[in-house]
Design a binder for this molecule. Sequence first.
Ligand code: SF4
Length: 78
Amino acid sequence: MAFVITAPCKEEKSGECVDVCPVDCIEEGKDMFYIDPAICIDCGACEAVCPVEAIYYEEDLIEEDEPYLQKAKEFFGQ
Ligand code: SF4
């Protein structure tokens, strides 16, 4: 399980999440930031600091946000 960055990040890309992640698993892509689901330890630190509430626990994703988990996997070559 992992946390997942969703659509609001595309408008914002503010990046606070990168600074608080204890395992450095958030990287900046062209259009948004991505969490590496293979490394994320589900600590929730990124979710707490995101100014646009773009980050959700995998199990709490609404249906329209589910493709963002797949996008993150593809970004990290998984
Ligand atoms: Fe990093 Fe924790 Fe966010 Fe996972 S939940 S991406 S480990 S800050």
